[in-house]
Design a protein around this ligand. Structure first.
Ligand SMILES: *Cc1c(COP(=O)(O)O)cnc(C)c1O
Length: 418
């Protein structure tokens, strides 16, 4: 084992130790962090390939450096594959991350001081949707819509009222911890009624869209942004899809607007990711991610835990821990101590501060890649419940941890690579 890592041992022992530790950590933990996944060995390899040597500021056929004929082919392949996978008129595959993709779209559509309307953070939004500590909150006037207090789902009448009152220039749909399908057609109508641009941020659920396990925003949105490393299971990065009429503005806003040279090695890995995501196997993967999430949420609910909004349509859901009298921070730590990784997360209208929170977010993209199926969710749900309920009983926690370790061994990770 550890073949690929072994080569680091001599020339950089310190990095080797950290990488080895990380490999063992990834193998030992059950990863329920909804924004993470395990990229394929092919994607790992191509992300570390020789294309990292090439400067390619500009776009295929219009570069500022010579010697770009092969990287042009790579970027064109990535673009064409993204457009055909999602059925869009234009794709820009250069954004270094999801936040960079959002920044480029804002810069292409807005002037500083313009109003954007987004979902608030505790309802499931994202920092790049106008948080005060983020550039988006510093440059633009931000108005939020929230989920309904009772249903904990989006209420489109409320969204419409806020849009009519505030007249935003751009409306963002999509978030990081909203577990329900979003009605993109409804958002389109609202945007049209107030003359706003509609941007859908599908960073979280783009893999489900690619795998046809989730409705696609592409027919409704002016612009769609995404990451490639979450449910889409590619390298860490971002991309933008849009209608053709916005192509020029968006491209200019990515480069030279907000970025310099593109990461051509990562763009090659994005091309491989789009190819993988167009295969029938990825379709079964996406369906299984959603099924696993639904079964795990049902199991936890039947064990007495409170699932926010009563369930999920996607790869993730939130648990409200207030009835158990634990904070999100404590639950994250307890579960980590038994080798389960989740993240603390605000729940709608959370009374606790964001570095404590009243909830945890649970997602199934990574465990599904690892081979876990709906029939494994019963055991997993029971172990999560036991750890939280018996958090003061160190013997019980030790038993849960050893069960998790035994369970994890049934799902080998990167056996063939390292
Ligand atoms: C993860 C995420 C992003 C940004 O991703 P980074 O690649 O970490 O910058 C943007 N929007 C949403 C909704 C996300 O969940």
């Amino acid at each position: 084992m550890d073949r690929e890592l072994d080569s680091f041992k001599l020339f950089d022992p310190e990095i080797y130790e950290a990488l080895k530790g990380e490999l063992e950590r990834q193998r030992a933990k059950i990863n329920l962090i909804a924004s993470e996944n395990y990229a394929s060995p092919e994607i790992l390899r191509i992300t570390g390939c020789l294309l990292t040597n090439k400067y390619a500021e500009g776009y295929p056929g219009k570069r500022y450096y010579s010697g770009c004929e092969f990287v042009d082919e790579v970027e064109e392949l990535a673009r064409i594959r993204a457009m055909s996978l999602f059925g869009s008129e234009h794709a820009n595959v250069q954004p270094h991350s999801g936040t960079q993709a959002n920044m480029a779209v804002y810069f292409s559509m807005l002037k500083p001081g313009d109003t954007i309307m987004t979902m608030d953070l505790s309802s499931g939004g994202h920092l790049s949707h106008g948080a005060k500590s983020n550039f988006s909150g510093m440059l633009y006037k931000v108005v939020h819509y929230s989920v309904n207090r009772e249903t904990e789902k989006l209420d489109y009448d409320e969204v419409r009222v806020i849009a009519e009152t505030e007249k935003p220039k751009l409306i963002v749909a999509g978030g990081s911890s909203y577990s329900r399908w979003i009605d993109f057609e409804e958002f389109r109508e609202i945007a049209d009624e107030v003359g706003a641009v509609l941007m859908v941020d599908m960073a979280h659920f783009s893999g489900l869209v690619a795998g046809k396990a989730h409705p696609s925003p592409v027919p409704y949105a002016d612009v769609v942004t995404s990451t490639t490393h979450k449910t889409l299971r590619g390298p860490r990065g971002g991309f933008i899809l849009s209608q053709q009429r916005y192509a020029e503005r968006i491209d200019a806003s990515v480069f030279p607007g907000t970025q310099g040279g593109p990461l051509m090695n990562v763009i090659a890995a994005k091309a491989v990711c789009f190819k993988e995501a167009s295969k029938p196997k990825f379709r079964s993967y996406a369906e299984e991610v959603v099924l696993n999430a639904r079964v795990l949420a049902e199991k936890l609910a039947s064990n007495g835990l409170r699932v926010v909004s009563g369930g999920t349509d996607t790869h993730l859901f939130l648990i409200d821990l207030r009835p158990m009298r634990i904070t999100g921070k404590e639950a994250q730590e307890i579960l980590d101590s038994v080798d389960i990784n989740v993240n603390m997360n605000e729940i709608p209208y959370d009374p606790a501060p964001p570095n404590i929170t009243s909830g945890i977010r649970i997602g199934t993209p990574a465990i599904t890649t690892r081979g876990m199926r709906p029939e494994h969710m019963d055991l997993l749900g029971d172990l999560i419940t036991s750890a939280l309920e018996k958090r003061h009983d160190s013997m019980a926690l030790a038993r849960v941890r050893s069960e998790i370790q035994e369970f994890a061994r049934n799902f080998p990770l990167y056996q063939e690579v390292f």
